[in-house]
Design a protein around this ligand. Structure first.
Ligand code: SIN
Length: 505
């Protein structure tokens, strides 16, 4: 009994960090692809935000996080991220992550939107995610307490007779399904971008963890708060390559097709306003037919390939030389502020079930995540969860019940992704959100309760219920915020009960 492993579902930074920090407690990682592939962490460009500069402090970092979060940030969660960040970065540095340093050996810190100080530690310009993942994968592969199952995924949770989550339904590379029992299950499945047609995330990342947790009855926090990155490259590529916010931190400007730098008209912070503000402004210019572009020619120019190699490669592959041309941009679904509700250590509302990283809703991001706080959260939460899980006792399991998710066929997924981008995107209204829910009902009538339809129901349902505009959730039919900010804390059952009333309204 004592050796039953912790099961970690997902293989991004939070999963690998948690697994490493669990040492010597045995754990199994279910990685849906070869480690490092099809994983949003590997694509993270900006870096890790943390109070590392001489004129900075964790308190200032927490204040910026709280200000960006539109009234919904949990102060303790934001403070924990800000306070623990510098230690995690030092550990990564000592492990060999090649953070960019200046001639004196000090970390080079980028400025990004809504940060009052430069505080984003970067690697090889805009390749932080890839570099961190490379270091962590190397460590994981030589760690005896970690068993990685590559090309394995989870298709549902297992629950024992006492209602404790005790394992997962694991799908092998050849399609066989196995009941994998564990001491606890940690969901680290990432965000929901893959549920949208226009996204910066790998398609595979559509919220599987949230679906499994919701089906088992877990509470979900603020699923309507999906962040749209304002400067995804509009190159007819899916997923859309990202033009990191650090480009604007280095002086690049957003222009419309008339060459006008329009951001100052929308917000006093101009191009470095919080992400929700910039995303709406960019969407508005595009909708008005003026188009939107990122201009790095003057501010970055010849240094572009060296400072932003990932963005440079994406531009050049698509026939755009950003040293000479402006880059066409459009908002794209990028990250999730809410998620499976957890406490500050990653415990969900279901015994035995934990969630870390983007799939978790800790309240740290409120209604609008501060740039480059996500890798930070992956590290801090991965570590905190591991610390608690390492001491967990093994339990005898009786009466194990499986809670499987049905698959959504490709054609249904395509319809759902298009509907989410068109009707649950940067600007929402009741009629459009209702149409998403009608599609979800129709798809479930045909295919049963599938993972993607559960997640779409949660996002659209919570967005429909939130009759205000706040942070990344903007309702054209309710353009103002309520006086008192409130979280959405709901279960799938709550939504199923409430939605018919919304239909009658
Ligand atoms: C970016 O580099 O703009 C993305 C980083 C983030 O999403 O925080």
């Amino acid at each position: 009994m004592a050796k039953a492993p912790i099961i970690i579902v997902g293989a991004g930074v939070s999963a690998l960090w948690c697994a490493l920090r669990l040492h010597p407690t045995p754990c199994v990682i279910l990685s849906p692809a070869i480690l490092g592939r099809a994983c949003a962490s590997s694509w993270a460009q900006g870096g890790i935000a943390s109070a590392l500069g001489p004129d900075d402090s964790p308190l200032l970092h927490a204040e910026d996080t709280i200000r960006a979060g539109a009234g919904l940030v949990d102060t303790d969660a934001a403070l924990a991220l800000a306070r623990l960040g510098p230690v995690e970065i030092k550990t990564l540095f000592d492990m060999g992550v090649p953070f960019d340093v200046d001639q004196a050996g000090d970390l080079i810190l980028n400025l990004e939107g809504a940060h009052s100080r430069p505080r984003v530690a970067r690697v090889t310009g805009d390749a932080a995610g890839k570099a961190i993942m490379t270091t962590l994968i190397t460590q994981v592969r030589v760690s005896d307490h970690i068993h990685v199952r590559e090309k394995w995924s989870a298709h549902g949770l297992l629950r024992d007779a006492r209602g404790h989550i005790c394992g997962v339904l694991a799908k092998s590379p050849d399609g066989g399904i196995e009941q994998l029992l564990g001491r606890a299950v940690v969901l680290a499945t990432g965000g929901v971008g893959g549920l949208y047609a226009t996204t910066t995330n790998p398609r595979e990342v559509w919220g599987a963890g949230m679906a499994m947790a919701a089906l088992a009855g877990a509470e979900i926090l603020d699923p309507e708060f999906v962040q749209f990155h304002p400067t995804a490259m509009a190159l007819n590529r899916t997923p859309a390559p990202l033009a990191s916010e650090a480009l604007r931190g280095a002086g690049a400007q957003i222009l419309n097709g008339h060459g006008e730098a329009f951001m100052a008209q929308y917000d006093g912070m101009g191009d470095l306003a919080p992400r929700d503000v910039v995303a709406r402004a960019v969407a508005k210019e595009i909708q008005a037919g003026r188009g939107a572009f990122l201009d790095a020619r003057l501010a970055i120019g010849a240094q572009f390939p060296e400072l932003f190699p990932s963005a440079f490669a994406a531009c050049m592959e698509n026939g755009i030389d950003p040293r000479e041309d402006v880059i066409p941009i459009a908002p794209a679904a990028h990250s999730l502020m809410g998620g499976i509700a957890t406490d500050s250590d990653g415990r969900t509302t279901l015994p035995g079930l934990w969630a870390i990283g983007e799939c978790a809703g800790t309240g740290a991001h409120g209604g609008n995540r501060l740039a480059s706080n996500s890798l930070l959260e992956c590290l801090v939460m991965g570590h905190r969860a591991a610390y608690q899980l390492a001491d967990m006792d093994a339990q005898a399991r009786k009466g194990v019940q499986a809670l499987p998710l049905a698959p959504l066929p490709a054609e249904g997924m395509m319809r759902l992704r298009r509907a989410m981008s068109a009707h649950a995107g940067v600007v929402r209204n009741a009629r459009d959100l209702q149409s998403v829910i009608e599609l979800v009902d129709a798809l479930e009538a045909q295919h049963g309760t599938t993972g993607p339809t559960i997640v779409a129901r949660l996002i659209a349902g919570a967005a429909l219920r939130r009759e205000e505009s706040r942070g990344a959730h903007y309702r054209s039919d309710f353009p103002h915020p309520h006086e008192v900010p409130e979280h959405s804390a709901l279960t799938l059952r709550d939504l199923e009960e409430v939605l018919p009333q919304a239909e009658q309204a």
